[in-house]
Design a protein around this ligand. Sequence first.
Ligand code: NA7
Length: 455
Amino acid sequence: MAGNQRVCVIGAGPGGMSFLYQNNKLKAAGKRCADVVCYEKQSNWGGLWNYTWRTGVDEYGEFCHGGQYRDLWSNGPKECLEYPDYTFEDHFGKVIPSFPPRTVLFDYLQGRWNKNKLRAYVRFNTVVKDVTYNKTTDYFTIMAKDLTNDQDLPPERFSHVIVATGHFSFPNVPNFEGIDMFRGRVLHSHDFRRATEFKGQRILLVGSRYSAEDISMQCKKMGSGKVITCYRNNPMNFHFPDGIEERPLLTKVDGNTIHFKDGTTAEVDVIILCTGYLYHFPYLSESLRLRSKLSMYPDGLYKGTMWMDDGNNKLFYLSMQDQYYSYTMFDIQAEWACAVICGHLKLPDRKEMESDIAKWVKKRDLLKDCYDDIALQTEFVCDLAKEVGCKYNLDVAALFNKWEDDKRANIATYRDQAYSSIFTGKPGIVHHTPWFKAYDDSVETFVNQTPNKEK
Ligand code: NA7
């Protein structure tokens, strides 16, 4: 292909937008960059951060992408996801507390994208339906649909594809004996929108990771009745406030009665399956599809990013790993992919790439706990940073470790702690209202730190 590479980016969430950002940075610096088209099925950018009230399918009958709930606040310190070249202080003009509501984080993301005029590269309301790779021509063919006009678009050819459609959209929904005849409501956490709906109700949460942890606390905050979480393998073991308890997995449901593995029973009104998500790339031809189990280093990706099985090293996945790091990790993955695509970084031979993958997979298989996970992901992020010659130190392992310690100390107050930005060096400030009592999550109230009237 003569001239610039032509890159198709699928998804305008933080991952896809990071690719646009990095490519734009090359362009602004007068360096070789790619011609990029980003397809986004929603009417706005942001991916999960583009909050929707909808569940199930959207207005066009497409799977509803977003799974965030309305009152969500960040469950990790913002200092762990802060962009080095666009800090929170750059955006808000002041230091703000460490655990912002989702609206504040979305505002921040959009600030970086707007500043760099990235909207022009995105085709909204356009869903990618099919991606195939042709070995003979070395092109990808993309079939997409204009949802607004209900029109299949003509096929388009691209030299490279960036898959950035995330992996928190297609729920994993296991079955449990008797659940079909449960007398209350059953939903997956992807469809959870407001805890106020469950005021006074007794809730069972299935699962023992982020969604179970956060939704249990959210329900208590909003006045639910007793909450029971149940685990398949590992209990969360937090010191939960009164009214939240943990049990082993349920074995069956009988009316409103839940039976658990330890022989105990409980009456509940609502079951929320916090059972995670599955990779789902129905629009990719089979040989291009990531199928690995969700982990800190999914199989088959060189540098956790480039698909090795097909596509001649020209298909990249952003943000598919289990995550501690998020925005900064997606950003460095995008920078790395962009450098490879635009010819600023040369790939080693296949054997070397395979042995690099094997090295990471071996480390992954030795992980024992969250502190190991953090150390591995830090190494991963720093490895990519070194590859692209990033001038910033992206290592926030110490902040993540403190966050884990804070959660262990008190799951109800960890969001009331302050962290310092590693990029500005400024110490953080404590939010005016403890998270457990803070009901106003508007950008204005959070950023301006005026007392919260709604108590
Ligand atoms: P995760 O992190 O994938 O966790 C899923 C949980 O569901 C985990 O505890 C699993 O148990 C449990 N699970 C999965 N399948 C089953 C079955 N069949 N039976 C019982 N339990 C099951 O998903 P989350 O939603 O918590 O977090 C995803 C992201 O969303 C997170 O990064 C945040 O950003 C928000 P296991 O531990 O495997 O035994």
